[in-house]
Design a protein around this ligand. Structure first.
Ligand code: ZN
Ligand code: ZN
Length: 228
């Protein structure tokens, strides 16, 4: 599967995923015109957008993209929070898989301070590859085996957290975003025998260390690690 990074972090998140036959966007948290430039205005090439939750750094362009006729997939809670409804907003439920072209999509619930946030496991019938995508969750309650690619948030680590940020900001972080420590705990509990690539997403500007995170995940998994 081919992955392009358009944006990652609290300023905006948007990724393009293609198995050579079906192409989707993961998140659309940057201005619509920026997405259009990235996809070279080939609107028909995008089979849908998988949206995890309603925060603007993930959902900014949802309304505009639907206006261009692109289907947006997310939970009922997310669409309600965004005040979006209509033909191109496709409600999906945690643990109920569905297909977009050659991609099978399995949504699952994650832990973030919004209504009904989701992560996704995406399996291509064309390449046989399986990708796990999660972001904006402080914890993962499921284990996913047989995954070839992981795109996952590492927002901060207990070692690199900025000691000067306020206690309330720190507490919010602990209850809404993924730490390096929780990410590694999740990896240790998972069967990594098929894992080839890891993409680290949504690093905090203040509380992260790119090189340290990459080295630790590389050591643990032996996979190719890309910091987005
Ligand atoms: Zn976010
Ligand atoms: Zn969020």
């Amino acid at each position: 599967m081919k992955i392009d990074i358009y944006a990652s972090g609290s300023g905006g998140n948007c990724y393009r995923l293609s198995d050579g036959e079906t192409t989707v966007l993961l998140e659309c948290g940057i201005p619509c015109r920026q997405i259009m430039q990235n996809i070279r205005f080939e609107i028909r090439s995008i089979a849908g957008v998988l949206l995890t939750h309603d925060h603007m750094d993930h959902a900014k362009a949802a309304k505009d993209l639907a206006g261009f006729g692109i289907d947006i997939y997310s939970s009922e809670g997310t669409f309600k929070a965004l005040g979006l409804s209509g033909y191109h907003f496709k409600t999906v439920r945690a643990l109920q898989s569905f297909d977009i072209g050659t991609l099978n999509v399995f949504p699952f619930d994650v832990q973030h301070d919004v209504p009904e946030p989701l992560g996704y496991v995406i399996t291509s019938r064309k390449t046989g590859e399986r990708l796990l995508f999660f972001t904006d969750t402080y914890y993962l309650k499921y284990v996913f085996n047989g995954v070839d690619i992981i795109m996952g948030e590492v927002n901060y680590s207990l070692d690199t957290i900025n000691k000067d940020i306020s206690k309330s900001r720190r507490d919010r972080l602990y209850e809404s975003h993924m730490s390096l420590e929780h990410f590694m705990e999740f990896l240790r509990a998972s069967d990594l025998s098929r894992l080839k690539r890891v993409y680290l997403l949504h690093l905090s500007d203040d509380n992260s260390d790119e090189v340290y995170f990459k080295t630790e995940i590389q050591k643990l998994t032996g996979a190719e690690v890309t910091v987005c």
